[in-house]
Every structure is written in C-alpha cells, then in structure tokens.
Design a protein around this ligand. Structure first.
Ligand code: ZN
Length: 391
C-alpha cells in the first residue's frame, strides 16, 4: 500500500547561519539565539531525518528501510562560507584509502576524506543569492590586474604561467607576505569607503566583509585573493547553479534549497578557521577560467520541471501549484517533497499528510498516485534519485 510520511529534519547551528529565516519556516521560537544555518533532510549519519508513522511513533527514515543517495537542505547564509572544492568519486576512493593507511582517524581535524563518495551540489536560490564559482576567464582576470595595483607583483607570473601557477603561488605564499599584499589592498578599500560604498557586485564589498571576519593583527585570510580571481555570481529567486567536482566555490550570502550526493568530502581554500591542506586542494582544483552557467526551469502547469545536471545521485524538480487547484503525481520511485510556503495537502491511498508551517517536507514511497492541493500559489520542490524518477 502506498504511503506518505511527514518528515522531521535536523537543524545545524553553524556560526555562519542566520537567526530568523529557518526558525520562522520551522515555527521555532529559537530562544537560544543560536544561528540556524542548515536544515537537513536525508539519511546521512550526521543528521538523520525522522518520520511519524501511522501509529504516531517517531522513527528514523533508516528504520523504515529508507537509505537515500542524496541529502536535501535548506540554507540561510548570513556570513560567507569557506572556499571549497569537492573531489571526484575516483579521487575520493583513492584518497580515503590513503588516509586510512596513514592512520589518520575519521574525526581528526586534518582528515580530508570522510567517505568514498563525490559531492556534486545543486542549489536553487530562494531570493537574491551571492556566491563565488570557478576562475574568471582571462579577459576578466586581466581587468582585475589592471584595477588592483596591489596585485601587480603577481601579474607576470599569471601572464607567463597561467591560473594554476598563480593560485599555487598565492596559496603557498608566506603568511607575512600575504599580510603585506592584502593589508595594503584592504587599507586602500577602507579609505575609499569613506567617500563611496561598494555594491555587492564588486569584489571589494566581499573582501572588506571577509576582513572583518577573518583578519587579526598577524593574519589576513588568503581566501581574499579568490574573491578577486573567481567569478562573483548573483542568482535571483528560482535560479540554480551546479557545483561539479574540482570547481572551487563559496556561498557568500542568501537563502537556498540545496541537494547533494550523500558525502562530506570538502577541501578548503580559505575564508575559514578550519584546516586547509594546500597540497590536497591544489591537486583537486580545476583552475581553468569558466563562465558560470545559471540554470532555470520552465514551469508547466500540473507537471514537475526538473533541473538538469550531469550526475545520477539526485534529481531536483519544482512543481508550480495554483491556489486550490488539484494536482496528481505518479512516480516510479520514492520522492521527497518540500514546501516553504502555504499549506499543502497530500493524499496517497488511505493516508493523508499536510505540509504546513514547521512541517516542511514529506516522504512519499511513489507506489500509488499522489493527490495534492495547496491553499495558495506555491512552488513545491521534489527530490529523488535519478534512477527512480519519472516525469
Ligand atoms: Zn560545496
């Protein structure tokens, strides 16, 4: 018999999170004042989602036999996240074994590989969203050198040897030299803000913000170089972007829905107080200049629209629903449904579930037709693994 379950995800209180967006969605008072950075839905061991079954019992998704190859999240980014790169699956398998062989324990702070999986990510902006992604194309990097005199000593190296050599040089530069070069830049920007304020489409805005977070007297975070060398991307509501293996990226500000392969393999490249393994980072970073690709879907009435990605671990789609209109969905496999606005009624066979405030998501086994109705115009997110999905 077909079934639908309401889900209870897991809140992650990382420092960089906001304090109001997720508590409001979840109907939580957040009396602790702690940041609510991420809300996880999936079967990851660091954040297991629970369901309430027909008998009112709270059980984990694992206990009802569900193991998902993906993790679905809602993020509220108030302060920028670290610059990061994720390995390919082949690299993860190889390096995971090497770290085991070297006797580095799984929870050691300098451990890079937590599992043997890749971690492609797809995010959809819920409003204005800012991020860094991949190296700028050569003509844009040229403009950076022309307009940032503090970087003049790096220009010859870049022109003669390219992005990879430039990145390696700044990532391996002695901290004292980083402090001098970036300190001079930041002092100039600080002076300029007396007369003009920088907009968010200017790397100067983010460099100053980063310096407030990650600067102390003897240490300026070298991730500030990447704010200038990487593409600064802005997404509007409903626009999406995909992070493939090797492409460096950092989320700067905004709220999103994100889906990723079930993995925790992150190599960091700055804007963080966490461990940076420069050699591992350089080995797995793709330094070619790219033009970030912004993904959109065309909404068709009554039919889900799926974002296209090259990976098979997950699919993320959206179903646009008009107020009070009824929809029906069929699938060949299980789906997770996420609603961030309005109340949505879900009926499968004999079971009924209502998504309303505090109850963002449901798990549907996909066996029988699902009937849906929303109390307002809304967009429902659908998450599934590619192998099981149908349109
Ligand atoms: Zn990432």
């Amino acid at each position: 018999m077909g079934a639908i379950y309401l889900l209870e995800g897991v809140v992650k209180n990382y420092d960089w999170g906001g304090t109001t967006f997720l508590p409001q969605l979840l109907g939580s008072d957040n009396t602790t004042g702690k940041p609510f950075a991420e809300y996880w839905m999936g079967t990851h061991k660091q954040g297991m989602t629970h369901v309430l079954d027909q008998h009112g019992q709270r059980r984990s998704l694992r206990e009802i036999g569900v193991a998902l190859p993906y993790l679905l999240k809602v993020l509220d980014v108030r302060e920028m996240l670290s610059i990061q790169v994720h390995p390919t699956r082949e690299a993860a398998i190889r390096e995971f074994a090497l770290e085991n062989k070297a006797g580095i324990s799984l929870d050691a702070p300098h451990r890079n590989y937590k599992d043997q999986n890749h971690k492609p990510e797809l995010m959809v902006a819920l409003g204005p969203f800012w991020l860094l992604q991949g190296f700028k194309k050569a003509d844009q990097l040229k403009t950076v050198f022309e307009t940032t005199p503090e970087f003049a000593p790096l220009r010859n190296l870049w022109e003669n040897e390219g992005n990879q050599a430039l990145y390696q040089f700044v990532m391996e530069m002695p901290q004292q030299e980083v402090n001098i070069m970036l300190g001079t830049l930041l002092d100039r920007l600080q002076n300029e803000t007396i007369h003009t304020s920088f907009e968010k489409d200017n790397p100067a805005f983010w460099a100053l913000k980063a310096s407030l977070l990650y600067r102390n007297n003897d240490h300026i975070d070298r991730g500030i170089f990447s704010i200038y060398f990487f593409n600064l991307v802005s997404l509007g509501e409903g626009e999406a972007i995909f992070q493939d293996a090797g492409i460096p990226h950092a989320y700067l500000e905004g709220q999103n829905v994100e889906i990723m392969a079930n993995s925790d393999n992150v190599l960091r490249g700055g804007l963080t107080s966490k461990h940076i393994d420069v050699a591992a980072l350089l080995k797995h970073t793709d330094c070619k200049g790219i033009l970030p690709e912004i993904l959109n879907v065309q909404h068709e009435n009554g039919k889900p629209a799926w974002f296209s990605t090259p990976v098979e671990d997950f699919r993320l789609g959206q179903l646009f629903m008009r107020k009070k209109e009824k929809y029906q969905l069929n699938a060949t496999g299980p789906l997770m449904l996420l609603s961030l606005k309005g109340a949505v009624e879900l009926v499968v066979g004999g079971s009924l579930a209502t998504l309303k405030q505090g109850q963002l998501a449901a798990y549907w086994d996909g066996e029988e037709t699902l009937y849906l109705q929303s109390d307002q115009d809304t967009t429902l997110f659908l998450a599934t693994s590619a192998i099981h999905s149908s349109e």
